[in-house]
Design a protein around this ligand. Structure first.
Ligand code: FES
Ligand SMILES: [Fe+2]
Length: 434
């Protein structure tokens, strides 16, 4: 249980709040690169700031205040020019630093005027990595954009999913420190959903349960370990575990789950999936990393709970816009959550005292690649589960790789296409897969 004040402190992300200042020390994903290739402006709301992301015709990215400082129209309707973004209303133009560089009528009337030099809006740095665009809203100089392994590995295929959630980011993260929900939400309850659908299939054996859970702080966050009724401490879920990457990511399964705070009551959940090929197989070159919206709800308004993360997102959203932690009753299954809240508090204190929090990188030598690890990995690479991304009511044909998904067809299980691509590449290379 937390006091109302402590809950506010952990959840509020606006400028000047303790968590808002901590979050401003990190680069956050704001778009898939392909989105700006398809349409060069995008409305972005990040850490309670309304912004516009754009790519000008020379290929430079910018992230500016959303509203034009002249008469306050929305610059996401603006025009990307050779160098800068031009407002559609009266043609003022801004460069990526937020400096106004043209005011057509003012310059006609006052050719020697210096008005535009006095007009500046927020202009935040943007970098591209791993098919995503990253923004930094904090004090300068910005730290390096961390080169976490999955964004920079070669010889892999990737895809990006995005889900908009009407709830605070901390609910998503606390779920990642709460392993015990696995056998209930994703097991028992999921099986109950299948029963309601009239199918015999069951996802998790009903008697599979956690028997032991453990959490350890490490230099990038917290490592989670566990044993189940059918595993021991010699198995990788205990020996290796998997990390929560400070402050707001989980590394598990096929990649990262990144929970980007839009504001206090909205979050974007990014699913960043990376598929390594089987040993000996080369991944075909991927010119574009695909991006898709993963819907929170079905068209009839019901939560899309027919796949694992859909079950998680349902749980987070039903906790309310901001969970009332002053009313909660924590037990043994929540000790990871308690450790994580303490870590957040410590790091907020470090920032308030003028220090640099966990996962701040300034030495390029340390940032060539930042390797993480996780259970169920083959060597250093992820194993692609055969049934990855198959919604519970979907059918995958292993012969063709085709998938029929009803009714949440938009999940577009790219992972399945990846499996087929690798199977074909193996066959072409004469490699027999198990
Ligand atoms: S409102 Fe943008 S140039 Fe006038
Ligand atoms: Fe979950």
């Amino acid at each position: 249980m937390l006091s109302v004040d402590a809950n506010e402190k952990l959840t509020q992300v606006g400028k000047g709040t303790p968590m808002g200042e901590l979050m401003r020390r990190y680069w956050h994903p704001v778009a898939a690169t392909v989105e700006l290739d398809e349409r060069p402006t995008k409305s972005v709301r990040l850490l309670a700031e309304d912004l516009v992301l754009y790519k000008d015709r020379s290929g430079t990215y910018g992230l500016l205040d959303r509203l034009c400082p002249h008469r306050r129209v929305d610059l996401s309707y603006g025009i990307p020019e050779e160098n800068g973004l031009r407002c559609m209303y009266h043609g003022w133009m801004f460069d990526e630093t937020g400096q106004c560089i043209e005011q057509p009528f003012e310059e006609t009337v006052h050719p020697d005027g210096r008005f535009k030099e006095k007009v500046r809006i927020a202009g935040y740095p943007i970098e591209e990595m791993g098919g995503m665009l990253w923004a930094y809203l904090g004090p300068t100089p910005a730290p390096l954009l961390p080169r976490w392994d999955l964004f920079v590995w070669d010889n892999v295929l990737r895809d990006i999913g995005e889900t908009h959630l009407p709830c605070n980011w901390l609910q998503c993260m606390e779920n990642s420190l709460d392993p015990v929900h696995l056998e209930w939400l994703h097991g028992y309850w999921s099986n109950y959903q299948l029963e309601l659908m009239g199918t015999e299939a069951r996802v998790i054996p009903p008697n599979k349960r956690h028997t032991k859970i453990s959490f350890e702080p490490f230099k990038h966050g917290i490592i989670k370990r566990r044993t189940y009724t059918d595993t021991t401490e010699d198995d990788t879920p205990w020996k290796v575990g998997h990390p929560v990457v400070f402050p707001n990511w989980l590394r598990v399964g096929t990649g990262f789950q990144m929970r980007t705070p839009v504001d206090d009551t909205n979050t974007i959940h990014w699913h960043y999936n990376v598929y390594a090929p089987p040993t000996g197989v080369t991944a075909p070159k991927q010119d574009v990393i695909p991006h898709r919206e993963v819907p929170l709800r079905h068209e009839d308004g019901r939560f899309a709970v027919d796949y694992t993360i859909g079950q998680d997102t349902m749980a987070w959203v039903t906790q309310g816009a901001i969970a009332q932690r002053n009313l909660e009753k924590l037990g043994e299954s929540d000790k990871g959550i308690i450790m994580y809240r303490r870590q957040l508090q410590e790091q907020m204190d470090i920032v308030a005292a003028g220090g640099e929090p966990l996962n701040t990188f300034r030495d390029p030598g340390e940032n060539e690649i930042i390797e993480l690890w996780q259970e169920n990995q083959l060597g250093k690479r992820l194993v692609l589960p055969r049934n990855n991304h198959v919604p519970l009511d979907g059918q995958w044909d292993p012969e063709t790789g085709d998938v029929s998904v009803a009714p949440t067809g938009k999940h577009a299980p790219v992972g399945l296409r990846v499996q087929r691509i690798y199977d074909e590449a193996a066959e072409a290379a004469g490699i027999k897969l198990q």
